[in-house]
Write a protein that binds this ligand. Structure first.
Ligand SMILES: Nc1nc2c(ncn2[C@@H]2O[C@H](COP(=O)(O)OP(=O)(O)O)[C@@H](O)[C@H]2O)c(=O)[nH]1
Ligand SMILES: [Mg+2]
Length: 198
């Protein structure tokens, strides 16, 4: 749910990077953060749990401009992927406006991708939301692995109805990192413009 700050004339949007542990969510956020000019971003905040970190920061996109005289500020979050941090994952989804689901191309993570998507659905349900309520894009990461599974095989387990835009990436090299972010931002703004279609 976007929030409006009348004092700064900004609309705030919350984008959450979801997906199984070690799929590359933190790598994505760090890459994006590095690429944003100093004067357009806030601090990168890291909340440490035992061995995984929740990261977030906010920024003002250069290219998305204004909505009805308001600047847009995007808040990007990653969630801890491991099973026992579900309370943190659930909390981070509160007020989410858009999702980037980062899937792992490694063959031994196929099941983890599917489980993470199911977990996402369950956690959204606790807020009375379904996947249809929140714009989402899929980012199939680690395409550089020599044994990377075909994208369609991964999609078959996380998006069998082929509802979501799919992007391939190598987050460690910054390849395909901005495209999914740009698309989910576009979808989130489009929803704001036509809330009745939500
Ligand atoms: N080969 C390869 N490794 C990656 C890629 N993206 C991330 N990694 C590595 O995967 C590991 C987990 O990444 P991380 O961003 O911490 O995953 P997270 O748990 O989803 O936040 C790290 O060692 C990353 O360097 C990628 O595109 N290709
Ligand atoms: Mg991480």
């Amino acid at each position: 749910m976007s929030t409006i700050n009348f004092a700064t004339r900004e609309i705030n949007f919350k984008i959450v990077y979801y997906g199984p542990g070690l799929s590359g969510k933190t790598t994505n956020l760090k890459y994006v953060y590095e690429r944003i000019p100093e004067d357009r971003k806030g601090e990168m905040v890291s909340l440490s749990t035992e061995d995984e970190r929740t990261l977030f920061f906010d920024f003002l996109p250069v290219d998305l401009g204004e909505v009805k005289g308001f600047k847009t500020r995007f808040h990007l979050y990653t969630v801890p992927g491991q099973v026992f941090y579900n309370a943190s994952r659930k909390l981070i989804l509160r007020g989410v406006d858009g999702l980037v689901f980062v899937a792992d191309s490694a063959p031994n993570r196929l099941r983890a991708n599917a489980e993470s998507m199911r977990n996402l659905r369950e956690n959204l349900a606790e807020y009375g939301l379904s996947l249809e309520d929140v714009p989402m894009v899929l980012q199939v990461n680690k395409r550089d692995l020599s044994d990377a599974l075909p994208v369609e095989m991964i999609r078959a387990v996380i998006d069998p109805k082929q509802r979501y835009p799919v992007f391939e990436s190598v987050a460690t090299r910054g390849v395909g990192v901005f495209e999914p972010l740009r698309e989910v931002s576009r979808l989130v703004l489009a929803r704001l413009a036509t809330p009745s279609e939500g």
